[in-house]
Design a protein around this ligand. Structure first.
Ligand SMILES: C[S@@+](CC[C@H](N)C(=O)[O-])C[C@H]1O[C@@H](n2cnc3c(N)ncnc32)[C@H](O)[C@@H]1O
Length: 390
C-alpha cells in the first residue's frame, strides 16, 4: 500500500470507531477485508488510528471540526488535523491519486487552541487531573498524547534480566534495563516479531509495563503465602505474584476473562488455581484487588477510553471499587493485607477509595505508592491495607 492508501484506510477505520465500534475490532474488520495489506501496512494503519485517538481533540480542531462530540467526528478531517499537528502538510498524502484520500485544501483554523483541546483532554476531566496530579497534570497529559514504551518482564523463574537481554539481542531485539523495576527491559529498537520469537515461546518473558512490575515489587514479602488475585482478568498480576513465590488463587467476576491463564501459567512454569467462588478457599493471607478502573494511566495504549469515559461511568466505577474492597475484607485472614491497585491517575479512584475502605473497616495503611508516565511507565496506584490484628 502507498503511504496515502494507508491514511485512507485509517480514515475508514476511524469512521467506524466514531460510529461506535471498538478500535481493535474496527482494525480487525478492516484487515479482514484488505487481503492485499501486508504486515507492515497493517502496523502503519494501526499506528495512524491510535495516534489519531491519542490526539483526537487537537486533531479534530486542526482539521476544522471545532469541538464536536465523539460520535459526530469525521475520520478524514481528523487524519488531516493529525498531520497538521505534526507539522506536515496533508496535501502531500491527500493527493486524490490511486487509493489516497481526496485532496485536502482547507486551511487550519485561526486563533489559539483552547487549553483542554491542546492537551487532548475532555473538559470535565481537566480539573480532575489537576486535583489529582497538581503540577504534574500538564506534563502527564502531554505524555498521554504519545505512544507508550514497549516493556517486558524477564521471567525470573526461568532467566535473569541480563541473560534475557543477551538472548533477545541474538534474536535481533535491542533492549535496555528500565530503572523502575528490577526485571524490566525496555525495547529500544523495533518490537516487531517480539512475541513470535523463541525466547517468548520458552516463557523467558511476558509483556508487562514497568509500572505494573514496579507495583508488584512494592508488595510485602509473600513467599509461601496464599494470595487471592480477586480481579485476575488475563492473569498478568497472578503470574507476577507466582514469580514472587506466592501460592496464587485467581478469581474474576467474568470467568471468561481468565481463559488465557492456564496457557500463560504453563509457559511461565507457574501454578495458578482458578476459582468461581473464592469464599470456599478463604481466608487468604493476602488479597490483590486489581480493580476495574478508568484506565487513565494506560490511555496511551487504549486511547479511545479517554473519550468514552463520562462522569456517570466514573461514579459507577468507584462504587464497584468500594464493593470489591468490601468483599476482599470479608475474605482476609486476621492480620493479612489487601493490595488495592488501579491503572488510574485519578485521585477519586485511588487514594480516595483506599481511604474510604480504611475508615469503613478500621484497617491500617501500610504503604502507598504511585507512578505516572513521567516515570517512563503507565500510571498506577497502590495502597496496602493491613488488618489491625497484625
Ligand atoms: C484491571 S482488570 C484486571 C487485570 C488483571 N489483574 C491483569 O493483571 O491482567 C479488572 C478485572 O476485574 C474484573 N471485575 C470487575 N468487577 C469485578 C468484581 N466485582 N469482582 C471481581 N472481578 C471483577 C473484570 O472482569 C476485569 O477482568
Amino acid at each position: 500500500m502507498t503511504p496515502g492508501a494507508r491514511v485512507q484506510a485509517a480514515i475508514e477505520v476511524l469512521d467506524r470507531v466514531f460510529a461506535g465500534a471498538a478500535a481493535e475490532r474496527a482494525l480487525t474488520g478492516w484487515a479482514r477485508g484488505a487481503r492485499y495489506a501486508g504486515s507492515k501496512d497493517r502496523a502503519a494503519v494501526r499506528d495512524h488510528v491510535f495516534d489519531a485517538l491519542r490526539r483526537l481533540r487537537s486533531a479534530a480542531w486542526l482539521g476544522g471540526l471545532g469541538d464536536r462530540p465523539f460520535a459526530a467526528l469525521d475520520g478524514r478531517a481528523v487524519m488531516a488535523g493529525l498531520l497538521i499537528g505534526r507539522g506536515e502538510d496533508p496535501a502531500t498524502l491527500f493527493t486524490g491519486e490511486g487509493h489516497a484520500p481526496a485532496r485536502w485544501d482547507a486551511a487550519a483554523p485561526d486563533g489559539p487552541m483552547p487549553e483542554a483541546v491542546a492537551q487532548d483532554c475532555p473538559d470535565w476531566l481537566l480539573p480532575r487531573f489537576r486535583a489529582s496530579l497538581g503540577e504534574d497534570a500538564a506534563p502527564v497529559l502531554a505524555h498521554l498524547r504519545n505512544r507508550a514504551p514497549v516493556v517486558l518482564r524477564a521471567n525470573r523463574l526461568r532467566i535473569t534480566r541480563d541473560a534475557l537481554a543477551e538472548r533477545l539481542a541474538a534474536e535481533g531485539v535491542e533492549t535496555a534495563p528500565h530503572a523502575l523495576a528490577p526485571d524490566a527491559l525496555e525495547v529500544t529498537g523495533s518490537a516487531r516479531g517480539l512475541t513470535g520469537g523463541v525466547a517468548f515461546a520458552e516463557g523467558l518473558f511476558e509483556m508487562q509495563d514497568a509500572g505494573s512490575q514496579a507495583l508488584v515489587a512494592q508488595l510485602p514479602h509473600m513467599t509461601g503465602a496464599h494470595v487471592l488475585d480477586l480481579c485476575a482478568g488475563g492473569g498478568g498480576k497472578s503470574l507476577a505474584l507466582a514469580a514472587r513465590g506466592a501460592r496464587v488463587t485467581a478469581h474474576d467476576a467474568d470467568r471468561a476473562r481468565m481463559r488465557d491463564i492456564p496457557a500463560r501459567a504453563a509457559r511461565a512454569g507457574a501454578s495458578i488455581e482458578m476459582v468461581d467462588d473464592p469464599s470456599a478457599a478463604a481466608p487468604f493471607d493476602a488479597i490483590v484487588c486489581d480493580v476495574p478502573c478508568s484506565g487513565s494511566g494506560s490511555w496511551r495504549r487504549a486511547p479511545e477510553a479517554k473519550w468514552r469515559l463520562d462522569p456517570d461511568r466514573l461514579a459507577e466505577l468507584t462504587r464497584t471499587q468500594d464493593a470489591i474492597l468490601d468483599r476482599a475484607v470479608s475474605l482476609l485472614r486476621p492480620g493479612g493485607w489487601i493490595a488495592y491497585m488501579t491503572c488510574s491517575l485519578l485521585r477519586e479512584e485511588n487514594d480516595a477509595r483506599a481511604d474510604a475502605a480504611l475508615a469503613r473497616h478500621g484497617l491500617r495503611l501500610e504503604r502507598r505508592w504511585a507512578c505516572t508516565p513521567l516515570d517512563g511507565a503507565d500510571g498506577f496506584h497502590l495502597s496496602i491495607l493491613r488488618d489491625k490484628a497484625a
